[in-house]
Every structure is written in C-alpha cells, then in structure tokens.
Design a binder for this molecule. Sequence first.
Ligand SMILES: C[S@@+](CC[C@H](N)C(=O)[O-])C[C@H]1O[C@@H](n2cnc3c(N)ncnc32)[C@H](O)[C@@H]1O
Length: 315
Amino acid sequence: MEELFFPLEPGAVICDATLGGGGHTARFLERSGTCRVVGIDVDSQMLERARKRLGADPRVEFVCGWFDEVLEERRGFDRILIDLGISMIHMKSPDRGFSLREEGPLDMRLNATGQDFSAKEFILQSSEQELADVIFRYGEERYSRRIAAAIVEARHGGIGTTADLAEVVRRAVPPAYRRGRVHPATKTFQALRILVNDELQRLERVIPRAAEALNPRGRLGIITFHSLEDRIVKHRFRDLARDTSQDASRQEYRQRDSSGSLNLPMVTKEERFRVITKKPIAPSEEERAANPASRSAKLRVLEREFPGENQGSES
Ligand SMILES: C[S@@+](CC[C@H](N)C(=O)[O-])C[C@H]1O[C@@H](n2cnc3c(N)ncnc32)[C@H](O)[C@@H]1O
C-alpha cells in the first residue's frame, strides 16, 4: 500500500485524518525528515495516547475533532490518509463498549465527552422496526428481524452490557449461524457503531472536502474495512474524477451531501481529479501477517491533477 503515498516531496504537508495510535504518522515521520503532519482524531483518549508517543516531535500538530468538520476548514495538503473505523485499542478497552467478547457498557461513542447518544439509548428506546432497519442497513445482517424481536423481548429484563447484547443476538440466530468463524453478533455491533457515530454520513461528507483540501498532485487515500464504506469511496471518487466542467450532476452532488443539509462549494474548471487505483489495493501477505486486523482492508487513492494537466483526456 505504501508505494502510493511515497516518496514525499521535501516539506510535504500531510493530514493523518484518523490518527489512532499514531502508527501511520510515525511511518510518515520516519520516511521524511522534512514533512509536517496534522493528526486528527475525534477520540480525546486516542489523541492523548498518540501525543505521548509522538508529542515530542515538533513536526506533528494534534487536532481533536471529527475529520469531516476539521477538513472543512483546512487546506493545502500533499497527502491525506483516512483509515476508517476503530482501532485495536478500542477493541481491547471493554469500558468503551465496542468489544462483544468482554463485559462493558453499551456505549460505542468515539466522542465520549461531546455526544449523548450512545448504543444504550438506541437499544432501549427504539421500536422493533427501527432496530431491524438499522441492523439490516448498517450491518447487512440477514437475521435482522429475529435479532430486533429478541432485543425488544429481552430489554424489559435489562440489556445492560455488551455481553448481554451479544448473548441475546447469539440466542436469536439459527444454530448453524452460531457455529461460524465470526461471532454471530459481529454485524449487529458494526451496525450500532456506524449509527452511533454517524460513520457513513461523515464519510460521504469528508470525501469532497478532503479532495478540495489537496494541493495540486496531492493524494487522498482511504482505507475501508467493509463493503458499505468501500462502495461510498468507489462512487464518490468516480464522481470527483469525471470531467466536471459541464457536469451538472457533479455540481449538484457537490452542493448536496447525503443528508441534504450541506452547501458544498461549486466545482471549478481547475479542479480535476483522477483515481490512481483502478481496483482497490489489498494488504500484502507481509502486512497481513504483521497486522491480522488488516485482512479485510481496501485502499483507494485519488489524485488532484496539476492545473492544465491532462485537459480534455479521460479520467
Ligand atoms: C483504524 S483507527 C486508525 C489507526 C491509525 N491509522 C494507526 O496507525 O494507529 C481509526 C481512528 O480514527 C478515529 N476516527 C474514526 N472516525 C473518525 C472521524 N469521523 N473523525 C475523526 N476521527 C475518527 C478513531 O477514534 C480511531 O482512533
């Protein structure tokens, strides 16, 4: 995956929009002595961890916030990297509520100090239909109706923890499904996390903003971990790479995000992009061995063209 982001020009400005434990930023700093990195994470605990690891390095600026909001304000990046989802540190911290194998509160908020809506509110207060819809739409879970019905029945007695919820889901699905390689509640947990953190809408919003925040010949790379995310990246990159000067549909897209609430700037003739990765890039054997969680990762990369470059050619 690395060859698409390196080499860097001297003095390159990089945005690591999902700083996490700081692994990618550490790699940028290692590969370029003169780069500067703006590291964003909405989780203040993760930001603190990264600050402890990298904070002595004056080349790094730490920003706490949602990436789509921060990138609305910032410009002038040669590389922007978005590594979606949660980190292994989240998975290993039962108190955050992401782990279905350990007892923890039903939380799942990335921004635990700035947002009230958690998985618990949704589990306890939604109708059976709302539960089934979310589990189906964001988890692509084929047993969503059974699971929703089981949650509604069980919550009167109390579903207080992640372990309670995982067990309710396990009991709701057919026995053959319980014996699979992955835990039967995996998709339900994914759906709740996506809902609580508004993950897909944020991804829709960040793509045009990040593209606009690139310098000419700058590159935006997005690493996804499931098909819902990858589909969004694929289609939005394709929209951005289309010849745009007279393209009404793209202009409309830039003005209207998926929630219909944003007023993104109109596209200009000078803004041209091309997709570098015709097919998504999967991690190498070596990368997979070093980090088994990267198994399902896919990287797509978009490049901003230099003004005047490739005018009139196919993107
Ligand atoms: C997969 S981890 C990144 C791991 C990182 N690349 C590393 O090398 O350690 C994703 C991180 O991004 C953060 N995050 C997820 N969605 C975000 C968003 N919309 N805005 C800001 N931060 C986000 C999470 O809190 C998490 O720490």
